[in-house]
Write a protein that binds this ligand. Structure first.
Ligand SMILES: [Zn+2]
Length: 175
């Protein structure tokens, strides 16, 4: 069985009303959809059918493993997200995140599952303060030239540098 199989849904065969598909996914799922993300998630698809129309709610909850923005070592990020979209048997393929087999009308919702997780990822993935791989952050810092991205242009950071310089001058003077 392919890891994405639970998310292949034969829409035309679904009964009127609500249906639920639940599955646990891990690294092999992300590999199957061609993405480098890792982690493990519990995924639930709630599909409500009304005639030839469907409302699909994708819920994903779990932990993603992605490289830290600061030190590139893997960091675990809790992710919980939900996306809802509609499909129609008369207009299958209108939604880019759903691939439909034209012959069997089998809809592949695995990309929609991936997108739900990807959209739930924080914009910045990083270890908690002090949790970074110190050797790696040191190397990256020496290559990037300017320390602490985002803080580099802040007037407060500049002010802090001046204050620190003054302190070291004072210390040098007294020693
Ligand atoms: Zn880190």
């Amino acid at each position: 069985m392919c890891i994405t199989d639970p998310f292949h849904v034969f829409l035309a065969g679904l009964p009127e009303g609500g249906s639920r598909v639940e599955a646990d996914i891990s690294d092999s799922f992300f590999a199957a959809v061609g993405e480098s993300l890792k982690g493990h998630f519990r995924v639930a698809l709630d599909i409500v059918r009304l005639g030839r129309g469907f409302t699909v709610a994708v819920k994903a909850e779990g932990t993603a493993v992605a490289p830290c923005d600061a030190c590139l070592a893997d960091v675990e990020v809790p992710v919980s997200n939900e996306c809802t979209f509609t499909l129609s048997l008369d207009d299958l393929g209108a939604d880019e995140s759903v691939r439909v087999d034209g012959r069997t009308a089998m809809a592949d919702l695995s990309w929609a599952v991936y997108e739900t997780i990807a959209l739930g990822m924080p914009t910045r993935v990083a270890h908690v303060e002090g949790g970074c791989d110190s050797t790696m952050s040191e190397i990256l810092r020496s290559h990037s030239g300017r320390a602490e991205e985002g803080e580099g242009n802040s007037p407060w950071a500049e002010l802090r540098k001046i204050t620190q310089n003054n302190q070291s001058i004072t210390q040098d003077g007294t020693s």
